[in-house]
Design a protein around this ligand. Structure first.
Ligand SMILES: Cc1ncc(COP(=O)(O)O)c(C=O)c1O
Ligand SMILES: [Zn+2]
Length: 453
């Protein structure tokens, strides 16, 4: 069953600070005209409440698994009434994103008593950004019919937003313009948008510098802004919370630990859990822990100082390049969400994240450095008793480890300045004959091979 119930659902943009005014989702607007603050997509919850929690569960479960090629095969669009109600299915650009695995997390990797890892990097472009980008690019497809003057879509990126934007735009036939901080993304992340045919500009600045420029670039309405300042992205990303609950049998875990940079994703996660709770699909909400790299930790600093105003810092270099952000644009949303979810903020040093990644890798879970920050923070939160030893915890893995091989190569060469590569496992170059391989294996005394055969 894939029919959309005939109840008319609707959503508009509204100011998160509560200013008056509602704006259609297909208006060219990114900030509140009154206070210049952030907007959110506000759903007609009354209309959604006409279905009971049980009926929503039945509807969502009926769409999973779905036949290939249908919009239900997307983890985002199978929840479409909660995402972008009324979007014509012909406008939907998707790669069957979402529906990513929720995998048990060995205690050794995270220190958690009952841990899961949500593998958001198992998707088309290798990160959770696909969840939001399918919504944004589909919205642009619709918008361009009415506004032919809208020439392209642009974003600033630490490497994953750009990969997603380029791929979805390639599929939609929409030009994409990308601003990256030069030398601060991995090789794979630089090549992804190039391969998809986007125009890529590497600027000699950091992410925050690129972000300022793209905001100016998109002001006059000819180029559409694809950063998560644009709250349409968060509507797709919030399906992450819905998927987690669906995979756990329609209940929430005790904790979710999620890496934070620009702080859009932690906000989206909260929006998802809020809606699930309000509409009666889950009985209790989880607590949320936002994990930051110590080198780029504006939210952690504000949290420790008890400040609601996150402000900005200059982010220092970190292996977790995708969260090397000093001036997070979604900070006000994230602060609201963390309050609502009785949240905490933790940080991880470079050594802690490198150790966490290597431990996860050694269990076959090839882990990106941002996910490693979340794993390291989970361990710390268990250690200090914030996360209880019996608490069920979901750690959000935000990207596929394969995107971050440059740093893993250096790790296994034991070549990361200032860090101990305790689990380095370098490869061995040998003569190309059986004798030298057997002699080597024997000398190693590992592998359990009977070398006398
Ligand atoms: C792999 C990865 N993890 C985490 C994040 C952080 O998400 P957000 O910027 O929404 O906080 C990003 C993007 O910034 C990312 O690319
Ligand atoms: Zn406002």
């Amino acid at each position: 069953m894939t029919d959309i119930p005939s109840v008319p659902y609707s959503a508009v943009f509204r100011c998160i600070a509560g200013c008056q005014g509602a704006y259609p989702l297909d208006s060219l607007i990114y900030c509140c005209p009154s206070c210049h603050g952030l907007l959110e997509v506000s759903h007609d919850v009354g209309a959604l409440q006409r279905l009971s929690g049980e009926e929503w569960i039945e509807l969502f479960d009926s769409r999973y698994p779905a036949r290939a090629g249908t919009v239900d095969a997307s983890g985002v669009w199978s929840k479409r009434e909660w995402v972008y109600p009324g979007l014509d299915s012909r406008d939907i650009i998707h790669f069957s994103e979402g529906n990513t695995p929720l995998v048990e997390l060995p205690h050794r990797v995270s220190g958690l008593g009952r841990g899961w890892i949500k593998q958001c990097g198992h998707t088309q472009t290798g990160s959770f950004k696909d969840l939001g980008m399918t919504v944004l690019v589909s919205a642009v497809k619709r918008l361009r019919r009415r506004r032919p003057s809208l020439k392209a879509v642009a974003c600033a990126s630490t490497g994953d937003t750009s990969a997603a934007l380029a791929a979805y735009c390639a599929r939609a036939g929409i030009p994409a313009l990308i601003l990256l901080p030069e030398g601060k993304t991995s090789m794979a992340q630089l090549l992804q948008p190039l391969a998809s045919g986007a125009v890529v500009c590497a600027l000699r600045t950091d992410f925050d510098g690129c972000m300022k420029i793209v905001q100016k670039l998109t002001e006059d309405g000819h180029i559409y802004l694809a950063n998560s300042l644009n709250s349409l992205r968060l509507e797709g990303q919030k399906t992450l919370a819905i998927e987690i609950c669906q995979q756990l049998g329609w209940r929430a875990p005790d904790w979710v630990v999620i890496p934070g940079g620009n702080l859009g994703n932690v906000s989206a996660l909260g929006y998802g859990f809020s809606l699930l709770h309000r509409l009666g699909l889950i009985r209790k909400r989880p607590r949320i822990a936002c994990a930051q790299a110590q080198q780029a930790n504006p939210l952690y600093r504000a949290y420790k100082a008890g400040r609601a105003d996150v402000g900005s810092i200059v982010a220092r270099n970190t292996l977790a390049t995708a969260i090397q952000i000093g001036n997070p644009v979604s900070a006000p949303r994230a602060v609201q969400v963390l309050r609502e979810f009785h949240g905490v903020v933790e940080q991880a040093s470079e050594q802690e994240l490198a150790d966490a990644a290597a431990l996860a890798d050694s269990e076959g879970m090839l882990c990106c450095p941002q996910t490693a920050v979340a794993l390291a923070c989970s361990r710390k939160l268990v250690h200090v008793g914030v996360i209880g030893s019996e608490d069920e915890t979901v750690v959000i893995s935000t990207a596929n480890g394969l995107k971050f091989m440059d740093y893993k190569r250096d790790y296994h060469r034991n070549d990361l300045e200032g860090l101990q590569c305790r689990h380095a496992n370098p490869h061995h170059v040998l003569e190309p004959n059986l004798k030298s391989v057997l002699a080597f294996v024997e000398q190693l005394g590992r592998c359990g091979l009977d070398t006398n055969v």
